[in-house]
Each structure stands twice: as C-alpha cells, then as structure tokens.
Design a protein around this ligand. Structure first.
Ligand SMILES: Cc1cc2nc3c(=O)[nH]c(=O)nc-3n(C[C@H](O)[C@H](O)[C@H](O)COP(=O)(O)OP(=O)(O)OC[C@H]3O[C@@H](n4cnc5c(N)ncnc54)[C@H](O)[C@@H]3O)c2cc1C
Length: 459
C-alpha cells in the first residue's frame, strides 16, 4: 500500500524545505521525498552564501520578483530566528573601460528591478574603502544592501518548522517514477511507494527528470559548476564588502566575499558540464580562480587556504526560473532555480502556496505551526555559546570546547544530534555547528567531536 498524502514535495534543498515550511502553515498532509540522507545536501550546501538584492536580475522576470521579495523575507526571518546575516554591501568593480562604460546601464537595470540604492563610485573612493584591491580599478557601482548569510541554517530552520507542524521527511528515498492511479499521483521511490493529490517538483539538478516523469519537457538542466576557495580567517581584514565583477550573460563572475563564518571566499567559476554528480574541484578551475584572485586582491592569494569546494547550479536553456502550474494534473514544477535560489527560497514558498490557492486548494490554518524558532548562533559576529557566561553557567557543556578552530562546544554537538531535524552524518554535523570546518578541517578535533556526536545520538 502506498502512503497517502495531500502533497508530495520532491527534494529537500533550500527550495523544497521553504515550500514545505510555507505549506505546513495549512492543514494539508505533506511528505518531502529526498534521495539523500539529509536536508540541503546537494546544490544548497555549496553556494556563495550571498543574500542578493536582485539588482542585476533580468527585469520583469519571475526571478527578479522572487529574489527581491525573497531578500526581504529571508532577511527578516534570519533576524527573527537568530541566523547570521551581515549587510556588508557590495562594490561591483570595473577593471577596464568597457566595464566602466557599463556601470550606468547596470544602475538603470537595478532601478528596473526595483532597487534604487546603487551609486556609481570613483576609483579613489573604492580604494579608500577597499585598500587591498589590486591596481587598475577604474570605477564601480555600490550596492549597499547586498549581504552575507549563513547558508545552511535557513534550510534546517525551514525543515524544523515544517516537521514540528507535521510534515513527514522521507530520506534516502530517490523518486524513480511518477504515474497516475485513480486520479492521484503514484510516486515510486527507492524505498517504497507514496500517493498524493498534489505533486511539487523541487528536485534541483534533477527537476527536468521529474518533470519528464510527469510528461513535460519545458526545460533541460545543464549543470553549471562553480568552484570556490575558502581562505583562512586571517584574510578577513583584507576587505569589508563583497567585491563583485561586472556580470556577463552566463555568470555573475568571480567575486571575493567575506563569509558569515569569518572567512573569505574567492569564486565561483562557471563551467557547463554534463555530469550532475561532478562536484569535485578541478586543477583547472582552482588555477583560474587563483589567477583571477591575484588581479582582484593580490595579497589574498598569499593567505592560507582552509578549503575548496564546488557546487552545481541547475541552469537551463531559459534565463528565468521554470515554475509552472499544471492545475489539471495537480502538479507544480519548481525547476531551473540556478544561482539565486537561497535568496529567493521563502518567496518561492509563498509563490507556490499562491499557485495552489489559485488552483482551488483551501489552505486552512494548521494550529501545530509555530512561528517562533531560535537557531544556534553560528555567525562570527554573533555571541557564540563559548562566549556566553550565562549559557555556560546554566549548562557547562557549552564551555567545553571540542573544535578549537571554530570554537564549537560539546553542548552544541549534543544539541545538533538531538534536534528536531538532527544531524545524522559528519557532514550534517559540520553544517549545523561549524565543527571540523576550520583551519585544521577536523585533523585535531574530529575524534573527540565524533565521539561526543555518537554518544549524544545514542542517548
Ligand atoms: C557555485 C554556486 C554559487 C551560488 N551562490 C548563491 C548565492 O550567493 N546566493 C543565492 O541566493 N544562491 C546562490 N546559488 C544558488 C543556490 O545555491 C541554489 O539556487 C539553491 O541551492 C537551489 O536549491 P534547490 O532546493 O532548488 O536545489 P538543491 O539544493 O539541489 O535541492 C534539490 C534536492 O532534490 C533532491 N533530489 C533530486 N532528485 C531527486 C529524486 N529523484 N528523488 C528524491 N530527491 C531528489 C536532491 O538530492 C536535492 O537535495 C549558488 C549556486 C552555486 C552552485
């Protein structure tokens, strides 16, 4: 017998979790099917972690609307839940005359996207603010509201609220087919069968396959790999804002950005590839990044590297999100969410709820949904548990630091193991606590951290 739900969501990335959270406000029975063992374990775990204003979106596109709405939603939500976000602002830098000539048009584009706060800067002002930039800056565009955010906590927060409100999460469940039986969707996974009235496809890189299972072919996903270098915290003093390049038609380009965890990011590259699982970094990609970084901020390249990683954008042949309502089939496709999905996630959740209502679904209030949620403070600018005497006095485990690079305490490891949406893997633990993410990458602390994690998980 297939388990029955009102709504099945395929994919527990930031988009699927945001949709689950928004729909869990209503009394629908909802199941999220995820092929991996955790939330946010695909593209959503490996991005640049910028909360975009949407100043450079294609004006009039759905992406433009949802990014600017999503920016406001996620900013307010992060402040409400204690998720780290810092309004560092960005400077888009022109390195040649052609790029400088484009700045007024970029400013016009920002206005067309409803963003009115950009300002064209002379090179002298840019060097005053960012003295470590390489030689040759000709001018720039200030985007004061671009922000950096902890990219992992929103996903766990959305899933936590959804689960509290009654949403079922089925992990390690890869959807392999979708058929129709008695007017309902019959979804077959690697773990069993599920049946639902409505199906929502938030499968990221595989959203085209799920769309195909449902008989549609509006788009094909071509993974666009982005490789990044994470520099040590000692590099953080080299810059105060996000340093953006002038974007091209296919990419926002290589940027240098502070992170909410106190590091500095250089990247991403943008290479169209075939393999949807090719998330390893490459010699060529890292070499190109170092070359670009040497031009943007030469001193950065002499700093220590903490890690490298790659993420795959779900790019399609269209320059806009592929969100389609098929009301007659009771199917919503939420595909092609390429390089802005973290920012837009909450607005996408709202948009999907609106589409359901337009299709005649009644969204009556779910008394189990709880607005209040406090997430662990992971940001470098926040007061971490090891810095909080009252927290340590109440529970000495918060004063017992196990990961010394990132100052993560035994109390936080324990909390992550026992949370509503708990860490079940080492990677999941890293994203929920920062443990083993620092300079030593777990070389010194992993034995103690993982022992504490195992003991806490078993209790
Ligand atoms: C290099 C890079 C930099 C970026 N920078 C930013 C940024 O600074 N700011 C920003 O806002 N956005 C950024 N993005 C974009 C953002 O990360 C994505 O838009 C967002 O993570 C997409 O989320 P998603 O939930 O759609 O996809 P995913 O996170 O990929 O989630 C889809 C989920 O579906 C699951 N799934 C797939 N197929 C199946 C199946 N058959 N059965 C069950 N489950 C399935 C997958 O396992 C996965 O967990 C960046 C992306 C990249 C790659």
């Amino acid at each position: 017998m297939a388990e029955q739900f009102d709504v099945i969501i395929v994919g527990a990335g930031v988009v699927g979790c945001a949709i689950a959270r928004e729909l869990s406000r209503s009394e629908l029975s909802i199941c999220v099917l995820e092929q991996s063992s955790d939330v946010g374990n695909a593209t959503s775990k490996a991005n640049t972690a910028i909360l975009h204003t949407g100043f450079d979106c294609v004006p009039g596109s759905l992406e433009s609307t949802l990014v600017s709405r999503g920016y406001e939603r996620l900013l307010a939500y992060s402040e409400h839940c204690g998720i780290a976000v810092e309004k560092t602002g960005a400077i888009l830098v022109a390195w040649d005359e052609d790029q400088r000539a484009e700045l007024p048009a970029l400013q016009e584009k920002a206005i067309a996207n409803g963003y009115h706060h950009t300002r064209i800067l002379e090179s002298s002002e840019i060097y005053e603010r960012e003295p470590h930039l390489g030689p040759g800056v000709l001018g720039g565009l200030e985007v004061p509201d671009e922000s950096i955010i902890d990219p992992w906590s929103p996903i766990v927060a959305f899933a936590t609220q959804a689960k509290h409100a009654g949403v079922t999460f089925a992990f390690n469940s890869s959807v392999v087919s979708v058929t129709t039986q008695d007017g309902r969707h019959l979804v077959t996974t690697s773990q069993g069968k599920y049946s639902s009235t409505w199906l929502i496809n938030a499968a990221g890189l595989f959203s085209d396959s799920i769309n195909d299972y449902c008989g549609h072919d509006e788009f094909t996903i071509t993974p666009r790999r982005g490789e990044l270098i994470v520099f040590d915290k000692l590099a953080r003093s080299l810059l105060s804002s996000i340093i953006l390049p002038v974007p091209t038609a296919t990419t926002k380009g290589v940027l240098v950005s502070p992170t909410a965890f106190g590091n500095v990011l250089l990247g991403p590259t943008a290479d169209d590839i075939e393999d949807k699982n090719a998330t390893a970094t490459t010699h060529d990609g890292i070499t190109r990044l170092i070359e670009a970084g040497r031009r943007i901020m030469p001193e950065l390249i002499d700093e220590e590297v903490t890690a490298t990683y790659a993420g795959l954008r779900a790019a399609s042949q269209h320059r806009d999100y592929q969100i389609h309502l098929h009301a007659d089939q009771r199917y919503i496709c939420v595909g092609g969410i390429r390089s802005t999905g973290l920012t837009a996630s909450m607005a996408i959740g709202d948009h999907v709820a609106t589409l359901l209502e337009e299709a005649g679904v009644t969204l009556s209030a779910n008394p189990r949904f709880r607005e209040d949620l406090t997430m662990p403070p992971l940001g470098e600018s926040q007061c971490r548990p090891y810095q909080d005497p009252s927290k340590i006095a109440a529970d000495p485990a918060y004063g017992q630091v196990l990961c010394h690079c990132e100052h993560v305490s035994a109390g936080e490891i324990r909390d992550a193991a026992r949370a509503v949406m708990p860490a079940t893997t080492q990677e999941g633990l890293r994203r929920r606590t920062r443990a083993m993410n620092g300079r030593c990458q777990g070389f010194y602390c992993s034995a103690q951290v993982l022992e504490c994690f195992e003991v806490s998980s078993d209790e």
